[in-house]
Design a binder for this molecule. Structure first.
Ligand code: S3P
Length: 152
């Protein structure tokens, strides 16, 4: 079985992915880690700063492509995975794939990510809110299951 976790920055994709993968006896694969490995950079921030967001997205697509035949895993995507249709089609390639949307209000995410320095697209809260509004319907569109994470 393949479980794909989608959701905005701070929704808990890695935090939920870890125990979920462990409980199901599956590997946890983090898209950002694969991207980092492909990049020769030391952080996501550095990729954005030195290579630009477009390069990050290319690497994100390439990372998803390597996972298209992965049949048994929990995959924690980056928050922007829903912006490129090709990413979800690679990830959904296998039958028995379930996409779980970890949903939370923007105010919840802002509380969780207060002081975060690791996410380039979180640096400007106003821009982040616009991105959130843009992506929210996409997360819902792709999700097989939506789990509300406001109370955690
Ligand atoms: C991004 C989210 C990040 C990371 C990159 C871009 C986004 O992952 O992939 O900074 O576009 O929302 P998390 O959702 O794990 O923070």
């Amino acid at each position: 079985m393949k479980i794909i976790l989608i959701g905005f920055m701070g929704s808990g994709k890695s935090a939920v992915g870890r125990p979920l993968a462990q409980a199901l006896g599956l590997a946890l694969i983090e898209s950002d880690e694969l991207v980092l490995r492909k990049s020769n950079r030391s952080s996501i921030n550095e990729i954005f700063k030195k290579d630009g967001e477009a390069r990050f997205r290319e690497l994100e697509i390439a990372a998803a492509k390597t996972l298209r035949h992965t049949a048994n895993a929990v995959i924690a995507t980056g928050g922007g995975a829903v912006m490129n249709q090709i990413i979800l089609s690679y990830l959904k390639n296998e039958p028995k794939t379930v996409i779980i949307y970890l949903a939370a209000a923007f105010a919840t995410l802002r509380r969780r990510l207060r002081g975060d320095q690791k996410r380039p697209l979180w640096a400007d809260t106003r821009q982040a809110r616009i991105l959130y509004q843009l992506r929210e319907p996409l997360y819902r569109h792709y999700a097989d299951i939506t789990v509300n994470r406001d109370k955690t």
